[in-house]
Design a protein. Structure first.
Length: 193
């Protein structure tokens, strides 16, 4: 890969376009220019700035209420998930939250994924989900954190696990072989509270 040009080597028009997208001479060397260059997430994806504000608990109440209308729900993300837990076979069901569906709206269809990796964080902080695509590209998003029952991270793990079980051509996680193992790693227990 060729080295990046310095800020001075860029044309004035290109510098202006980058500046309109929030990239300055100071941040140019390390900033991701994918969206600034005009490559956007899939059609109907949530506005990334709005989404980041909400999952970092910076969004207003009005922004949280209107999140669901700010994106097109991906057709591969179930509205409800029904899962079986433990050896007793107890079933539980949850409704997918809008912030979880919004996170998935930033990603392409799982059929194009090679594998997925999760980087958990404690104290309700957003987790990072890294999706390696079959074409060699990588998509990185933050997902709602927590890891505990009813948290956004647990929902994401359950949805990815369900997609795997339904054989939607979904790869296994890189970090663990199941959502339960990632959950156990973070929470220290596999039992829901």
């Amino acid at each position: 890969m060729a080295a990046r040009k310095s800020w001075r080597q860029l044309s004035p028009a290109y510098r202006a376009r980058l500046e309109r997208r929030g990239i300055t001479a100071a941040t140019h060397a390390s900033a991701s220019k994918v969206e600034a260059r005009g490559y956007h997430p899939r059609r109907g994806a949530v506005n990334r700035k709005l989404y980041n504000r909400i999952i970092n608990n910076e969004g207003t109440v009005a922004e949280r209420r209107t999140l669901e209308t700010q994106f097109v729900w991906p057709d591969w993300v179930p509205r409800t998930v029904s899962r079986q837990r433990g050896s007793r076979g107890r079933r539980y069901q949850f409704k997918t939250q809008p912030d979880v569906a919004a996170a998935f709206s930033l990603l392409p269809n799982p059929k194009s994924w090679k594998d997925a990796e999760f980087i958990p964080r404690g104290d309700g902080q957003p987790w990072t989900m890294i999706v390696h695509l079959k074409n060699g590209n990588t998509k990185t998003i933050d997902i709602p954190g927590g890891g505990g029952p009813g948290s956004g991270a647990k929902e994401v793990l359950e949805i990815v696990t369900e997609l795997q079980e339904k054989k939607v051509n979904m790869p296994k996680y890189k970090r663990a072989t199941s959502g339960e193992e990632v959950f156990f790693e973070v929470m220290g227990t596999d039992e829901a509270a």
